[in-house]
Write a protein that binds this ligand. Sequence first.
Ligand code: PGA
Length: 276
Amino acid sequence: MASRAVLAIANWKMNKGLAEAVAYARALPALIRGVRGVEVVVAPAFVHIAPVAQALRGKRVAVTVAGQDCHSETKGAYTGSVSAGMLCDAGATVVILGHSERRRDFAEDETLLRAKLQAALDARLRPILCVGETLAERRRKTTHVVLKRQVEGALDGMADAALGGLVVAYEPVWAIGTGETATADQAEEAIAFIRGALERAIGASAAAGTAIVYGGSVTPENAAVVLAGANVDGALVGGASLDPESFAAIVRRLATIAAGRSVAPVGRAAYNRRSR
Ligand code: PGA
């Protein structure tokens, strides 16, 4: 059994009205009752965090709530933004940072993400840092260069991140919302490489304990194959997480994988081999 957490994270993005979000939160615990070994997280829109957290409170099946972003500052004149502390107040314990849609639409770079990570850790929010290459970058065979920059640029020297429960999500941009998934080999290879980059950034033992999940068109149908690699510690799910039954099926699939695995991380070796 792996010492690392296995996570199933539902990223609802800018979907669902209030009633639908709350109904989902009420329905999900029953759908995953009896599941062991998987930490289940849902990430609603900012304005739905409090009611979703409220709907999940006191349930026997633990489901935690995440923000989809936070600001790097604690307060101030930042119209339209939400601080890490505000997310906590609303009932979130986790925050997704650096999703490719935010990198694309809001020009988020490593310098900014580093500050956001620190803000999240200071507020005791567990950060999920998303990284991943575009199709053009993969075609140019620069995937490792990009992953190295994204991981080391945001996390170099931040050993505290592991203590704060850091999760990294490998989300190849070409697989997000496209119906095209990475193959099991591609996911495993990239995630092993990321673990190597993490070793450089935060040290070997912190890296070995950091969960790295895969995201990009994960569905109940492909989860068993895509998520089977020894270094893959779960899934960040967009489209297929919008339906609670479909997300629950992915959670159950991950529980089977978690129960069956004994992990031998290959981080350092894979990193050294491929970055030369
Ligand atoms: P997808 O989204 O599952 O719809 O591809 C994943 C994500 O963007 O986190």
